[in-house]
Design a protein around this ligand. Structure first.
Ligand code: ATP
Ligand code: MG
Length: 342
C-alpha cells in the first residue's frame, strides 16, 4: 500500500550533470545554480588542486599556461573524469549552500542508456562530493516532466533532448519509458564538424569556443534567408600566423549536415519502434524538442519533416531536465513512481 504524502520522501537537492552545463536544484527553490561543466586544476606539490570551476574555468579553455589543465569531465553525457566531476559537484554544493544541509539526499538525472558501471560512477561522484543517498532518474523522464507532458497518463508523449554531448529520444506512457534511444552526438559534435570543416576547407585552426560561437551566430540545420555571416579569427595552418575569415550560414549548414542526419536517424528509429497506439497519440499531441541544441536554427523544422509530426520547442529548452527534477523534489508520489531506487 502506498504511503500518504506526508510520510513519503523525495530528496533535498537534484543535479542535472550535463556534458556542457550542470544545474543544481533545491527542493522548494527550483534551479539555484547553472554552470558550465568545466573544472580548471593546477599541479602543485600537494597534487592536483582546483583553481576554478564553472564559468571561470570555461573562460580559461584553450588559454592556459603550462601546469594548469582545463577539464570537461563529462563527455557524450558520460562521466569521464571521476575526480574532476567530484570536485565540480563539491564546489557547486558549497556555493549552493548544500553543505548547510547535513549530507543532503541527492537526485541525479542520468541518461537511460547508462550502464551499471556508469551509473555507479555518477553516484560515487555525488557521494564523494557530500551527498548521502544518491538516487537516479532517467533524464528524458525528467525532461518530459519539466515540459509538462502527462507522463503518468496512458497516453504516449515523445521527447527529444539534444544537449551538448547526447541526443536522447524517448516515448513515455504510464510513468515509464516505452522506447528510448540515445547517441553521443549533439552540440559538441556540431562544433567539431565546424572545426574540421574550417581546417579542411580554409586551412584555419580554431579553438572549441570559436567553433561554438560560429554555430550560435551562423549555424542552421536548414538554409536561412537572408543568410547570416560571421567573422572569426584563428591560426592559419600554412603561414602559422593569425587570420580572419568571414563565414556564411550556408557553409555552416553544409558543414554540419552529416551530424544533423545522425540526429534525425535516431528520432526515426524511435518512431519505428513505437507501438501504434502510442504513435497515434504522438501524432495528435506532437513532440517536444529540448536541450540547448534545440535552439539551433531550423532543427525543429528538419525534425518536423523527418517525422511528419508537429515538433514544438520547449519554453526553456536548456532547463527542461532541471525543471522536471524540481517538480520531482516537490511531488513524493511522482518521485516514488519514476525514480530508480538504486
Ligand atoms: N543558440 C544556440 N544555437 C545552437 N546551439 C546552442 C545554442 N545555445 C546553446 N547551444 C548548445 O547547446 C548545448 C548545451 O545544451 P545543454 O545545456 O542542454 O547540454 P547539457 O545538458 O550540458 O548536455 P547533455 O545533456 O548532452 O549531456 C551546447 O552544445 C551549446 O553550444
Ligand atoms: Mg542535458
Amino acid at each position: 500500500m502506498a504511503l500518504p504524502n506526508a510520510f513519503r520522501r523525495t530528496a533535498d537537492l537534484a543535479i542535472d550533470l550535463g556534458t556542457s552545463n550542470t544545474r543544481l536544484i533545491a527542493r522548494g527553490k527550483g534551479v539555484i545554480l547553472e554552470v558550465p561543466t568545466v573544472v580548471a586544476t593546477q599541479q602543485t606539490a600537494k597534487g592536483r588542486v582546483v583553481v576554478a570551476a564553472g564559468a571561470d574555468a570555461k573562460k580559461m579553455l584553450g588559454k592556459t599556461p603550462a601546469g594548469t589543465e582545463v577539464i570537461r569531465p563529462v563527455r557524450g553525457g558520460v562521466v569521464e573524469d571521476f575526480e574532476a566531476t567530484e570536485q565540480l559537484l563539491r564546489a557547486l554544493l558549497a556555493r549552493g549552500g548544500g553543505r548547510s544541509l547535513l549530507r543532503p539526499r541527492i537526485l541525479v538525472c542520468v541518461p537511460p542508456s547508462h550502464s551499471e558501471v556508469e551509473r555507479r560512477a555518477v553516484q560515487e561522484s555525488a557521494r564523494a562530493a557530500g551527498g548521502r543517498d544518491v538516487l537516479l532518474v532517467a533524464s528524458p523522464m525528467a525532461a518530459a516532466i519539466g515540459a509538462d507532458l502527462p507522463v503518468q497518463r496512458p497516453v504516449g508523449s515523445m521527447i527529444i533532448d539534444v544537449g551538448g554531448g547526447r541526443t536522447e529520444v524517448a516515448v513515455i506512457s504510464l510513468g515509464g519509458m516505452v522506447v528510448s534511444k540515445s547517441i553521443p552526438i549533439a552540440g559538441d559534435a556540431l562544433d567539431e564538424a565546424i572545426s574540421a570543416w574550417l581546417r579542411r576547407k580554409h586551412g584555419l585552426l580554431v579553438g572549441d569556443r570559436t567553433a561554438e560561437a560560429v554555430k550560435m551566430r551562423a549555424g542552421c540545420a536548414v538554409l536561412v534567408d537572408p543568410p547570416l555571416i560571421t567573422r572569426i579569427r584563428g591560426r592559419d595552418l600554412a603561414e602559422g600566423g593569425p587570420r580572419e575569415l568571414d563565414i556564411g550560414s550556408s557553409d555552416v549548414c553544409g558543414a554540419i549536415s552529416d551530424t544533423i542526419a545522425r540526429i534525425r536517424e535516431v528520432v526515426l528509429e524511435v518512431l519505428q519502434l513505437t507501438p501504434p497506439e502510442l504513435a497515434g497519440d504522438i501524432l495528435e499531441r506532437g513532440v517536444i524538442l529540448c536541450g540547448g541544441t534545440a535552439r539551433l536554427r531550423g532543427l525543429d523544422q528538419v525534425l518536423r519533416e523527418t517525422c511528419g509530426l508537429p515538433v514544438l520547442e520547449a519554453d526553456e529548452p536548456m532547463r527542461c531536465v532541471a525543471n522536471g527534477a524540481a517538480r520531482l523534489l516537490e511531488d513524493p508520489a511522482l518521485f516514488e513512481r519514476v525514480v530508480f531506487q538504486a
